[in-house]
Design a protein around this ligand. Structure first.
Ligand code: ADP
Ligand code: MG
Length: 398
């Protein structure tokens, strides 16, 4: 059995016309001697009738937040509709199919509703169907808890389903079909002349995905990497060869930088020693924030001040705890964190200097920076985000 997992995103399954292209991709896989296992997302994007956000808008916010089990039951509907509709289209095209939800496909999760983790896969049903020459069409993004409740795997979780199944079924590859030609050097919605990356390593793509590129979910990359199953990102609407993700990346290319991405809705918080003299809580600011489950990054500690960033959604809680501790602080809201990623930048001198120069030459204020072996971050005002990405894209000739 030569299994290929083919995952189709929301736009790919949203219209009759697009689903015709999906049928072609499934048919081609069969022609090439593969047994396709299809995974689908909910149809369409925010605002469209069966998209997950639309379904969520049908219920009371407070009910939703206090009844995660109910929220999951509702969120499973989008993919359920999609898997049955896609199966029906494939059936009409003469391909023998069977829609399955996450539980029926054997994806067993913990009961951390809305962000459940897969704890076991029982692929018996899928393998049975495949051995009968049928194409299972599986709902992405969902599983079942050991006690029988429907669960979801976190937003973007259909990619995760594809990787979970790819590994469990020892697939030849996991194909992620979407609305762009593959992984580009930057989001093509932000950089018009972004280029397609032919081959990229799991590690680099994980960094890109984890730091903002929505084209694939970071958890999906991690799972495929652990199982050593190659991922291909392709365009449902074209025959572009796409991007191959594997362990090695592109050994032949001498590029220092691979891609640029960004995250919006960051707030920079600074707490100065001079403004908090005599307040013993000053030394434990980070502890205080972390104890309230606020996640921090870009943390810089100096003798004179402590600086970090948080997500906009955590602002109210942060303000409350700092005020309760009688700490004085300063916030810069509406920031974006731009990340430049490249596995070969390690040890190359002058990369940070080049970034700072390029941004300041273009009158873009850099509020903070940080770096790790593969990534350099710059915090900028959100109004400069698009310019900053375009300037850096040009500077590094991506
Ligand atoms: P799907 O519904 O198919 O999962 P997504 O919206 O989740 O689609 O992901 C595809 C989108 O990711 C593209 O439309 C593109 O705008 C965006 N994107 C962000 N960064 C990148 C990148 N580096 N390369 C390609 N696409 C990117
Ligand atoms: Mg997606």
């Amino acid at each position: 059995m030569k299994i290929v997992v083919q995952k189709f995103g929301g736009t790919s399954v949203s219209t009759d016309e697009n689903r015709k292209q999906v049928i072609e991709k499934v048919r081609n896989a069969i022609k090439e001697g593969y047994n396709p296992v299809v995974v689908v997302s909910a149809m369409g994007r925010k605002g469209e009738p069966y998209a997950t956000d639309t379904l969520l808008s049908l219920i009371d916010d407070k009910f939703k937040n206090t009844n995660k089990l109910a929220q999951d039951l509702l969120m499973c509907c989008g993919e359920t509709i999609s898997s049955v509709v896609m199966s029906s289209d494939l059936y009409r095209a003469g391909i023998d199919t069977m829609p399955l939800n996450g539980g029926q496909a054997g994806i067993i999760t913990d009961n951390n509703f809305t962000d459940a983790a897969c704890i076991e896969v029982k692929p018996k049903k899928i393998l049975e169907l495949v051995s009968q020459g049928r194409v299972p069409v599986i709902t992405g993004f969902q599983g079942i808890s050991e006690s029988g409740y429907l669960t979801t795997l976190g937003r973007g979780g259909s990619d995760t389903t594809a990787s979970i199944l790819g590994v469990a079924l020892k697939a030849s590859s996991i194909e992620i079909y979407t609305d762009v030609d593959g992984i580009m050097t930057a989001d093509p919605r932000i950089v018009e002349n972004a280029n397609l990356i032919d081959v990229i390593s799991y590690n680099e793509v994980f960094q890109l995905a984890d730091k903002g590129a929505t084209v694939i979910h970071p958890k999906a990359v991690e799972i495929a990497m652990e199982g050593n199953i190659p991922i291909l990102i392709k365009n449902t609407m074209s025959n572009s060869k796409g991007t191959l993700i594997n362990n090695f990346g592109d050994k032949d290319k001498e590029r220092i930088m691979t891609g640029i991405t960004s995250q919006k809705n960051r707030i920079q918080v600074s707490v100065k020693a001079s403004e908090n003299e005599g307040n013993i809580k000053y030394r434990n600011v980070l502890d205080l924030v972390a104890a309230n489950k606020i996640s921090l990054d870009l943390i810089n500690i100096f003798p004179s001040e402590q600086i970090f960033t948080i997500n906009q959604k955590d602002k109210d809680v942060l303000v409350k705890i700092l005020n309760n501790a009688k700490l004085k602080y300063n916030l810069i809201e509406d920031c974006s964190k731009v990340a430049v990623i490249g596995s070969k930048m390690k040890g190359i001198p002058g990369v940070m200097a080049k970034i700072i120069k390029a941004l300041s030459d273009n009158c873009i204020e850099v509020l903070q920076t940080a770096d790790s072996h593969m990534t350099i971050w710059c915090l900028v005002h959100a109004k400069n985000e698009k310019d900053a990405i375009n300037v850096l894209h040009k500077t590094f000739k991506l």
